[in-house]
Design a protein around this ligand. Sequence first.
Ligand code: ASP
Ligand code: MG
Length: 423
Amino acid sequence: MEVFKFGGASVKDAAGVRNLANIVKDYKVAELLIVVSAMGKMTNRLEDLTQAYLSKTENLNVIFEEVKNFHFNLIDELFEGNHHAVYDDVANTFVEIDWLLEDAPDGNDAYIYDQIVSIGEIVSTKIIAAWLNHCGQKTLWADARSYIQTDNTHREGKVNWDKTEKIIQEDLLPVLSQNIVVTQGFIGGTTENYTTTLGREGSDYSAAIFAYCLNANAVTIWKDVPGVLNADPKWFDVTEKIDQMSYYDAIELTYYGATVIHPKTIKPLQNKDIPLYVRSFLQPAEKGTIIANTSNPLPIPSFIFKINQALISIFPKDYSFIIEENLSKIFDLFHKHNVKINTMLNSAMSFSVSVDDNEETVKKLLEVLSTDFMVKYNRDLELVTIRYYDEQTIARTIVNKEILLEVKSRHTCQMVMKNLANS
Ligand code: ASP
Ligand code: MG
């Protein structure tokens, strides 16, 4: 029993859907669950649609027509204009959104977001299941909202693991011996049958939840990169693929911003010792990266950039030390304002942290901090995290940068820097 996960980039057009079916055919896994995201950039467009609805802008219909046409054209291309039943199925799914859009927004924006944005995954999986059946692979479409049980935290649903595991074991496992099952990433359902989402890019996490609950033998995430690379190819021309990586290193790298896998994916897999393969859907015969239970360190230094960082320095106004009492007050305020600390350093009288510069929340945090503390901050910075750092890698990452803060542990070096090319 294995789980495959295909993201939006792998199914951004009809050729992508055909390619997915070829991979499934070539890999002949005995029991297979396929978790799929919304196609291409559809989640972004559905977010635009939600925004247009909530702020009552005129382009609402234009965006919705674009989303519909994208899927209808893709169906036409796949089935070469023959009217396949999936066409009506997808059209009916859009009608549910039509109904929702007819009413005025009720103020529950996060709830509305989930009902609209989840449609991307619902229709993509309907199309893919239809295509696999058309290609002679017996496939069932499964509604992830009936399996992944969450609380009511819309846009960030928290999984009820016990309930989810029970339902998946009882209702989904038996089906897998007879059929390939295609289901949605990113979405779940509440006890009252409302749709929730698990946070952007959450489909990897969904694949891990299903794998955990099914006691799968392996999960494969099919990506547009050959595997996990030691640096983001968006920023660096020269990168190297890592063949094998421990769960521990995978968490360290994804936590600090490696976007190749969603950070929440690893824990459920580690807990059941399920290996995670990251492979290229463009070169499916290549081996990719295996993330598993190994104590081997990474073979080469790996580094991750996070841009748009704010460096906040906090000093007690009363000249008290930065010790337990002050620190706990500071952490509490960060926690209450939902601001995640990316790196930190303290001295006798100061505490410095770098955080994602989400203007609204950071502004509020700075306000409350300044009651007891003097606060200074710097914006528009970059954070680099180097795992298994060496002098050469440090040199490579600081070209044309001014280092404002540096923290080193045995295996990890973090630097908050100003890009001098920007100033
Ligand atoms: N479609 C969702 C998103 O774009 C989930 C995912 O792709 O993982 O965030
Ligand atoms: Mg995606």
